[in-house]
Design a protein around this ligand. Sequence first.
Ligand SMILES: C[S@@+](CC[C@H](N)C(=O)[O-])C[C@H]1O[C@@H](n2cnc3c(N)ncnc32)[C@H](O)[C@@H]1O
Length: 231
Amino acid sequence: MSNDKFSFYKEYPKNCKQDDFWGQVKRTVNGKAVSEQQIEMIVNAVEKGLCLNKDDVLLDLCCGNGALTDRFFSHCKSGLGVDFSPVLIAVAKRYFERLPEFEYQLDDVVDFCEKHPNKYLFTKAVCYGSFSYLDYDAAEKLLVLLNSKFENIQSVFIGNVPDKDRMGCFFSPDSYEIGIELKPESAIGIWRSQSDFKELANRTGWVAAFTVMPVEYYAHHYRFDVTLTRR
Ligand SMILES: C[S@@+](CC[C@H](N)C(=O)[O-])C[C@H]1O[C@@H](n2cnc3c(N)ncnc32)[C@H](O)[C@@H]1O
């Protein structure tokens, strides 16, 4: 359903090696996988933003191939990752699934949240580097569902959001195409300002707190993170 027209991550990873985990999700700079230090910065930001602990049951929305998810899960009691890319979920199942605690499912994230039978299961949720690929309706619907259906979810970390106020730090006049920041199917997806996100959070029952990654982080100059807590 939502955003099904966008199939980049359903096709592109087929051209990568099975264990090229960062290449498959385009966590690369000039075509090369980012360093271990970059990955550690991401895991630290999520762990800190959500205060992850061994009582947590974490829902990872748009989990990709599970390479990052697995590191988030190592701080939790159990977890479930959902993604609509068959090739990435196959990698997640092959390399990272450890049932029954740590599971991966193939699904669209909004469909998954609508259908999931246990509204008490999850305590926290994360959506890393992916929220911008949901269209406007799906993004709004997802945040409403997380708030109204999953009663035990205390906080949601939305990481690596492209910052509309800093588009000029990413695009050059030559590479910018009018309106690209509104397109979920573009390479970066939908760009939002912190004030756009604050309004989206308010409309969907959340309060947004913003953080930025350390200056050493490869995308710190045009992205921010959001932690949502219940209003
Ligand atoms: C850049 S990758 C990030 C994956 C992972 N979160 C990470 O940071 O390594 C974006 C992911 O979002 C997934 N995705 C986009 N829209 C989705 C949707 N509506 N439902 C489920 N997955 C979706 C893609 O399949 C892809 O795996």
